[in-house]
Design a protein around this ligand. Structure first.
Ligand code: EPZ
Length: 420
């Protein structure tokens, strides 16, 4: 296993182009199961998670290859309806093959995803949604076994105790596009990645409207054809680099982003006193003066993204003042608190809140990554800390950030890998 070493204190300067969105490409790759035709997906980041999804497609009978950011998917043999535990258990998002398998084959056997370090990660809303379309569901030895004589459109409310669900919305949408009649998903997730999936499905011949709003309407069609699609930029990678510019007091031009996907983060950074110059598809962040602490509450889109909470905590840990960070999506998503405190941060956890008292500077230390976004938080902390930080278990980071250390090195960071 590798660890990442960072010599902190360098002001990052230069330009960075953001890669395609991990959380858009995963359901879009799953959606290729809805057609026997070939599909071409462009702008695909070369990540551990995208390669896992490609392996899952192959295990189901597809031929899928990632080459220079493009995935070509076609049918190799008859598609199997069984997504096995070995692969699904390595990545929760694999559960989003359930909807397309059901839509295309009217049956599916998908391993229940485990929980993960950020929370229990239930799938009750996924099952509620596909059951509403006329599916019989049984749970047997850790698998969801779903079958439907015929999928019939229905009106389903998909709001849960923590609000809307991104992948449940995706799963129900991908089953409904081949159901007979109309499906209305109420309390649908509005994330840009859900919109990107809907746009891909529409290119395949699906009839969808309302994507990006809490009410999505789907008129079922008989079959879908192949399509070519370019993935939207990764707003979470963009946000992470924006915070890297601020935490290192640097000057970075971030290209290939839709700043309208970053409204809540930009609003909070401007409230904290950051100056950002925005164009349609770039943001220029130049550190000008010390920021002030702000309070953060994570909410479903367009609220402040939970996937930026850990990174924002790193920035607030070296910002003068008190910042209260409330995690409303995954109340246990605080594994990074203990690691930041090892670096000299003053953070106290109180249930779903973390009280962050900004300190003058962090000190480099050996720390351990626990999940994807906590790893990004520790990279930001290491870039800012005095001295050397070593981050172990960086396979978490590789799940969601393509070539992050090369990108940071190009911006001047002193960052390299060593064997554990
Ligand atoms: C997606 O996960 C993202 N993953 C997550 O990003 C992201 O944190 C999350 O949405 C929230 O924005 C992908 O898109 C691959 P949810 P998803 O269903 O769809 C609860 C990252 O770092 N819930 O929107 O699995 C759930 O426990 C990852 O890139 C139910 O109660 O998340 C959570 O509290 C981490 N029942 C809330 O809803 C369900 O059936 C939102 O989860 C489903 C979810």
């Amino acid at each position: 296993m590798d660890k990442l070493i960072i010599e902190g204190g360098v002001k990052l300067k230069g330009e960075l182009t953001v890669s395609g969105a991990k959380n858009a490409v995963l359901p879009i790759l799953a959606a290729t199961l809805l057609t026997d035709d070939a599909c071409i997906i462009k702008g695909v980041p070369d990540l551990r998670d995208t390669n896992t999804m490609i392996k899952i497609l192959r295990s189901l009978g597809k031929d899928a290859e990632l080459e220079n950011g493009t995935v070509s998917v076609s049918n190799l043999k008859k598609i199997s309806h069984v997504a096995d535990y070995k692969l699904v258990s390595t990545m929760r998002a694999s559960f989003c093959v359930l909807g397309p398998l059901l839509g295309k084959l009217k049956k599916a056997k998908v391993s229940l995803p485990g929980g993960c370090i950020i929370g229990v990660r239930p799938v009750d809303l996924h099952l509620k949604g596909i059951r509403a379309l006329g599916t019989d569901i049984t749970i047997e030895s850790g698998y969801v076994i779903a079958k439907a004589e015929k999928l019939k459109g229905n009106h389903v409310y998909l709001g849960g105790v923590y609000g809307s669900s991104v992948l449940a919305t995706d799963n129900v949408m991908m089953a409904a596009v081949l159901a007979s009649g109309k499906t209305i998903i109420e309390s649908a997730a509005c994330e840009p990645e859900v919109v990107d999936l809907a746009e891909f499905l529409i290119k395949m011949g699906a009839r969808i409207k309302g994507q990006g709003t809490p009410v999505i309407e789907i008129e079922g069609v008989r079959c879908l054809h192949g399509a070519t699609h370019t993935i939207i930029p990764d707003r979470i990678e963009a946000g992470t680099i924006m915070l890297a510019a601020l935490i290192t007091r640097g000057d970075i031009l971030i290209k290939n982003i839709f700043y309208k996907h970053l409204g809540a983060l930009i609003d909070k950074l401007e409230e904290a006193g950051a100056s950002l110059v925005k164009t349609e598809n770039s943001i220029h962040l130049r550190y000008k003066k010390p920021l002030t602490a702000v309070n953060i509450t994570t909410l479903p889109y367009p609220g402040f993204p939970t996937d930026m909470q850990a990174q924002m905590m790193a920035l607030m840990s070296v910002t003068p003042g008190i910042s209260v960070i409330t995690e409303k999506i995954y109340p246990d998503r605080f594994m990074h608190v203990a690691e930041l405190n090892r670096m000299g941060a003053h953070i106290q956890r109180e249930g779903p809140h973390a009280i962050v008292e900004g300190v003058k500077e962090l000190s480099g230390a050996p720390v351990m990554a626990s999940d994807l976004r906590a790893s990004a938080c520790l990279v930001l902390a290491g870039l800012s800390a005095r001295g050397k930080t070593s981050i172990s278990r960086i396979y978490h980071l590789e799940r969601g950030y393509q070539d992050l250390e090369e990108k940071l090195e190009k911006l001047g960071a002193k960052i390299w890998r060593e064997k554990e």
